[in-house]
Ligand binder design. Sequence first.
Ligand code: GLU
Length: 276
Amino acid sequence: MTVTRFAPSPTGRLHLGHAYSAVVGRAAGDQLRLRIEDLDQTRSRPEFVAGIEEDLRWLGFSWDGEVLVQSERGAVYAAALERLRQDGLVYPCFCTRADIAAALAAPHGLAAHYPGTCRGLADDPAQRAVTPHSWRLDSAKAIERVGLPSWREGEATFTASRDDIGDEILARKDAPAAYHLACVVDDAESGVTLVVRGVDLRSSTPVQRLLQTLLGLPEPAYLHHALVTHADGRRLAKRDLAPTLAALREDGVDGPALARDLATGLLPSGFRLGDA
Ligand code: GLU
Protein backbone atom coordinates (compact mmCIF):
# COMPACT_ATOMS: atom_id res chain seq x y z
CA MET A 1 0.00 0.00 0.00
CA THR A 2 1.30 3.44 -0.94
CA VAL A 3 0.82 6.16 1.67
CA THR A 4 1.38 9.77 0.59
CA ARG A 5 0.92 13.03 2.45
CA PHE A 6 -0.01 16.64 1.92
CA ALA A 7 1.86 18.92 4.33
CA PRO A 8 0.96 22.59 3.88
CA SER A 9 2.11 25.39 6.18
CA PRO A 10 -0.83 27.44 7.49
CA THR A 11 0.74 30.79 6.66
CA GLY A 12 -1.89 31.81 4.11
CA ARG A 13 -4.81 30.38 2.14
CA LEU A 14 -4.09 27.51 -0.25
CA HIS A 15 -3.60 28.42 -3.91
CA LEU A 16 -3.57 26.49 -7.18
CA GLY A 17 -0.05 25.17 -6.55
CA HIS A 18 -1.16 23.57 -3.31
CA ALA A 19 -4.21 22.09 -5.00
CA TYR A 20 -1.97 20.56 -7.67
CA SER A 21 0.33 19.07 -5.04
CA ALA A 22 -2.61 17.57 -3.15
CA VAL A 23 -4.07 16.14 -6.38
CA VAL A 24 -0.76 14.54 -7.40
CA GLY A 25 -0.31 13.15 -3.89
CA ARG A 26 -3.77 11.64 -3.86
CA ALA A 27 -3.40 10.11 -7.32
CA ALA A 28 -0.04 8.55 -6.44
CA GLY A 29 -1.18 6.83 -3.24
CA ASP A 30 -3.77 4.50 -1.79
CA GLN A 31 -3.94 6.66 1.32
CA LEU A 32 -3.35 10.38 1.79
CA ARG A 33 -2.35 11.80 5.16
CA LEU A 34 -2.77 15.46 6.08
CA ARG A 35 -0.14 17.26 8.13
CA ILE A 36 -0.20 20.87 9.30
CA GLU A 37 3.34 22.30 9.27
CA ASP A 38 2.79 25.06 11.81
CA LEU A 39 6.16 25.13 13.60
CA ASP A 40 6.71 28.72 12.55
CA GLN A 41 4.43 30.19 15.18
CA THR A 42 5.10 33.74 14.06
CA ARG A 43 3.56 33.10 10.63
CA SER A 44 1.04 30.30 11.26
CA ARG A 45 -2.58 31.22 12.02
CA PRO A 46 -5.44 29.03 13.25
CA GLU A 47 -7.79 30.49 10.61
CA PHE A 48 -5.44 29.22 7.89
CA VAL A 49 -5.53 25.71 9.43
CA ALA A 50 -9.33 25.81 9.20
CA GLY A 51 -8.95 27.17 5.66
CA ILE A 52 -6.80 24.21 4.58
CA GLU A 53 -9.42 21.68 5.62
CA GLU A 54 -12.21 23.77 4.09
CA ASP A 55 -10.36 24.13 0.76
CA LEU A 56 -9.52 20.43 0.56
CA ARG A 57 -13.15 19.51 1.20
CA TRP A 58 -14.20 21.94 -1.51
CA LEU A 59 -11.89 20.09 -3.93
CA GLY A 60 -13.75 16.92 -2.95
CA PHE A 61 -10.86 15.54 -0.90
CA SER A 62 -10.85 13.52 2.24
CA TRP A 63 -7.75 12.28 4.03
CA ASP A 64 -6.95 9.16 5.99
CA GLY A 65 -6.42 9.07 9.74
CA GLU A 66 -5.97 11.95 12.14
CA VAL A 67 -4.56 15.26 10.99
CA LEU A 68 -1.03 15.52 12.32
CA VAL A 69 -0.32 18.96 13.78
CA GLN A 70 3.36 19.75 14.21
CA SER A 71 2.93 22.33 16.98
CA GLU A 72 1.56 19.52 19.19
CA ARG A 73 4.58 17.27 18.75
CA GLY A 74 7.41 19.15 20.45
CA ALA A 75 8.27 16.28 22.83
CA VAL A 76 8.65 13.79 19.97
CA TYR A 77 11.00 16.10 18.07
CA ALA A 78 12.99 16.83 21.24
CA ALA A 79 13.54 13.08 21.71
CA ALA A 80 14.80 12.72 18.14
CA LEU A 81 17.14 15.70 18.58
CA GLU A 82 18.41 14.22 21.84
CA ARG A 83 19.18 10.94 20.14
CA LEU A 84 21.29 12.73 17.52
CA ARG A 85 22.94 14.75 20.26
CA GLN A 86 23.82 11.60 22.22
CA ASP A 87 25.39 10.33 19.02
CA GLY A 88 27.58 13.46 18.93
CA LEU A 89 26.01 14.71 15.69
CA VAL A 90 24.54 18.03 16.89
CA TYR A 91 26.23 21.28 17.84
CA PRO A 92 24.82 24.53 19.24
CA CYS A 93 24.99 27.54 16.94
CA PHE A 94 25.17 31.07 18.31
CA CYS A 95 24.97 32.85 14.97
CA THR A 96 22.06 35.21 14.42
CA ARG A 97 20.23 35.34 11.11
CA ALA A 98 22.29 38.43 10.23
CA ASP A 99 25.58 36.60 11.01
CA ILE A 100 24.51 33.74 8.74
CA ALA A 101 23.48 36.04 5.89
CA ALA A 102 26.88 37.74 6.13
CA ALA A 103 28.71 34.39 6.22
CA LEU A 104 26.83 33.14 3.16
CA ALA A 105 27.65 36.22 1.11
CA ALA A 106 30.92 34.65 0.00
CA PRO A 107 33.25 36.57 -2.38
CA HIS A 108 32.24 34.38 -5.34
CA GLY A 109 28.49 34.59 -4.89
CA LEU A 110 26.18 33.09 -2.34
CA ALA A 111 27.58 30.05 -0.53
CA ALA A 112 25.16 27.13 -0.48
CA HIS A 113 25.61 26.12 3.13
CA TYR A 114 26.36 27.50 6.57
CA PRO A 115 30.17 27.55 6.83
CA GLY A 116 30.29 25.83 10.22
CA THR A 117 31.38 28.88 12.23
CA CYS A 118 30.10 27.42 15.52
CA ARG A 119 31.22 23.84 14.95
CA GLY A 120 33.64 22.99 17.76
CA LEU A 121 32.49 25.85 20.04
CA ALA A 122 30.33 23.63 22.25
CA ASP A 123 32.93 23.40 24.99
CA ASP A 124 33.90 27.04 24.91
CA PRO A 125 33.05 28.33 28.45
CA ALA A 126 32.29 31.84 27.17
CA GLN A 127 29.72 30.47 24.77
CA ARG A 128 28.21 28.03 27.25
CA ALA A 129 26.68 30.87 29.28
CA VAL A 130 24.72 32.06 26.25
CA THR A 131 21.60 30.34 24.91
CA PRO A 132 22.23 29.08 21.37
CA HIS A 133 20.09 30.42 18.56
CA SER A 134 19.85 26.97 17.02
CA TRP A 135 21.18 23.42 16.97
CA ARG A 136 22.80 22.11 13.82
CA LEU A 137 23.60 18.78 12.31
CA ASP A 138 27.31 18.06 12.09
CA SER A 139 27.00 16.85 8.53
CA ALA A 140 30.66 15.87 8.12
CA LYS A 141 30.50 13.56 11.13
CA ALA A 142 27.11 12.20 10.10
CA ILE A 143 28.28 11.33 6.59
CA GLU A 144 31.49 9.84 7.95
CA ARG A 145 29.33 7.58 10.10
CA VAL A 146 26.67 6.39 7.64
CA GLY A 147 27.90 7.48 4.20
CA LEU A 148 26.19 9.64 1.60
CA PRO A 149 22.45 9.00 1.38
CA SER A 150 20.58 7.70 -1.66
CA TRP A 151 16.92 7.97 -2.54
CA ARG A 152 14.52 6.36 -4.96
CA GLU A 153 12.49 8.44 -7.37
CA GLY A 154 10.41 6.53 -9.91
CA GLU A 155 12.68 3.91 -11.45
CA ALA A 156 15.83 5.87 -10.64
CA THR A 157 18.07 5.84 -7.59
CA PHE A 158 20.04 9.00 -6.82
CA THR A 159 23.00 9.33 -4.50
CA ALA A 160 23.67 12.68 -2.86
CA SER A 161 27.01 14.38 -3.28
CA ARG A 162 28.82 15.93 -0.32
CA ASP A 163 27.85 19.42 -1.54
CA ASP A 164 24.15 18.61 -1.33
CA ILE A 165 24.22 18.49 2.46
CA GLY A 166 25.13 21.26 4.87
CA ASP A 167 25.08 21.67 8.65
CA GLU A 168 21.31 22.18 8.60
CA ILE A 169 19.40 23.68 11.52
CA LEU A 170 17.57 20.92 13.40
CA ALA A 171 15.97 23.02 16.15
CA ARG A 172 15.84 26.66 17.22
CA LYS A 173 15.72 28.51 20.50
CA ASP A 174 12.00 29.12 19.95
CA ALA A 175 11.08 25.89 18.09
CA PRO A 176 11.67 22.27 19.14
CA ALA A 177 12.35 21.27 15.55
CA ALA A 178 13.11 22.90 12.25
CA TYR A 179 11.64 21.68 8.98
CA HIS A 180 13.94 18.75 8.10
CA LEU A 181 13.83 17.08 11.51
CA ALA A 182 10.06 17.48 11.96
CA CYS A 183 9.46 16.29 8.40
CA VAL A 184 11.34 12.98 8.74
CA VAL A 185 9.94 12.22 12.19
CA ASP A 186 6.39 12.90 10.97
CA ASP A 187 6.67 11.07 7.66
CA ALA A 188 7.70 8.01 9.68
CA GLU A 189 4.93 8.53 12.26
CA SER A 190 2.32 8.64 9.49
CA GLY A 191 3.72 5.60 7.71
CA VAL A 192 4.40 7.62 4.56
CA THR A 193 5.91 5.41 1.86
CA LEU A 194 5.97 8.01 -0.94
CA VAL A 195 6.86 11.65 -0.27
CA VAL A 196 5.11 13.75 -2.92
CA ARG A 197 6.06 17.44 -3.05
CA GLY A 198 7.14 20.17 -5.41
CA VAL A 199 10.44 20.11 -7.23
CA ASP A 200 11.42 23.23 -5.25
CA LEU A 201 11.88 20.91 -2.26
CA ARG A 202 14.10 18.40 -4.04
CA SER A 203 17.17 19.96 -2.39
CA SER A 204 15.70 18.93 0.98
CA THR A 205 15.71 15.25 0.13
CA PRO A 206 19.45 14.46 0.65
CA VAL A 207 19.57 15.77 4.22
CA GLN A 208 16.21 14.22 5.03
CA ARG A 209 17.40 10.82 3.80
CA LEU A 210 20.53 11.27 5.94
CA LEU A 211 18.42 12.05 9.02
CA GLN A 212 16.22 9.01 8.36
CA THR A 213 19.28 6.79 8.31
CA LEU A 214 20.73 8.35 11.47
CA LEU A 215 17.42 7.97 13.33
CA GLY A 216 16.72 4.45 12.06
CA LEU A 217 13.51 5.53 10.29
CA PRO A 218 12.06 3.71 7.28
CA GLU A 219 12.99 4.90 3.80
CA PRO A 220 10.17 6.35 1.69
CA ALA A 221 10.35 6.82 -2.08
CA TYR A 222 10.12 10.36 -3.52
CA LEU A 223 8.15 12.14 -6.23
CA HIS A 224 9.03 15.78 -6.90
CA HIS A 225 6.37 17.26 -9.15
CA ALA A 226 6.49 20.30 -11.44
CA LEU A 227 5.27 23.58 -9.99
CA VAL A 228 2.28 25.55 -11.18
CA THR A 229 3.44 28.89 -12.58
CA HIS A 230 1.83 31.86 -14.26
CA ALA A 231 1.63 31.49 -18.04
CA ASP A 232 4.80 33.63 -18.36
CA GLY A 233 6.70 31.26 -16.07
CA ARG A 234 6.62 33.41 -12.93
CA ARG A 235 6.23 31.36 -9.79
CA LEU A 236 3.08 31.60 -7.74
CA ALA A 237 3.77 33.48 -4.57
CA LYS A 238 1.34 34.61 -1.96
CA ARG A 239 2.36 38.23 -2.28
CA ASP A 240 1.62 38.46 -6.01
CA LEU A 241 -1.92 37.39 -5.32
CA ALA A 242 -1.90 33.89 -6.74
CA PRO A 243 -5.58 33.05 -6.86
CA THR A 244 -6.49 31.34 -3.63
CA LEU A 245 -8.81 28.37 -3.75
CA ALA A 246 -11.18 30.41 -1.59
CA ALA A 247 -11.30 33.11 -4.30
CA LEU A 248 -11.89 30.52 -7.04
CA ARG A 249 -14.75 29.09 -5.03
CA GLU A 250 -16.25 32.56 -4.63
CA ASP A 251 -15.98 32.96 -8.40
CA GLY A 252 -18.18 29.89 -8.76
CA VAL A 253 -15.48 27.41 -9.82
CA ASP A 254 -16.48 23.78 -9.24
CA GLY A 255 -13.92 22.26 -6.82
CA PRO A 256 -14.11 18.57 -7.81
CA ALA A 257 -14.04 19.53 -11.52
CA LEU A 258 -10.91 21.62 -10.90
CA ALA A 259 -9.31 18.65 -9.06
CA ARG A 260 -10.13 16.35 -12.01
CA ASP A 261 -8.60 18.82 -14.48
CA LEU A 262 -5.45 19.22 -12.38
CA ALA A 263 -5.10 15.43 -12.24
CA THR A 264 -4.83 15.36 -16.03
CA GLY A 265 -2.41 18.31 -16.07
CA LEU A 266 -5.07 20.73 -17.33
CA LEU A 267 -4.69 24.12 -15.66
CA PRO A 268 -7.02 27.15 -15.64
CA SER A 269 -6.09 29.71 -18.29
CA GLY A 270 -3.24 31.99 -17.26
CA PHE A 271 -1.34 29.14 -15.58
CA ARG A 272 0.88 26.31 -16.64
CA LEU A 273 3.14 23.62 -15.24
CA GLY A 274 6.84 24.46 -15.05
CA ASP A 275 9.66 22.00 -15.61
CA ALA A 276 10.03 19.18 -13.14
N1 GLU B 1 5.21 22.70 4.38
C1 GLU B 1 5.87 22.71 3.11
C2 GLU B 1 5.17 23.69 2.19
O1 GLU B 1 4.04 24.07 2.43
C3 GLU B 1 5.89 21.34 2.45
C4 GLU B 1 6.92 20.47 3.03
C5 GLU B 1 7.00 19.07 2.41
O2 GLU B 1 6.11 18.67 1.64
O3 GLU B 1 7.96 18.36 2.75
O4 GLU B 1 5.76 24.09 1.20
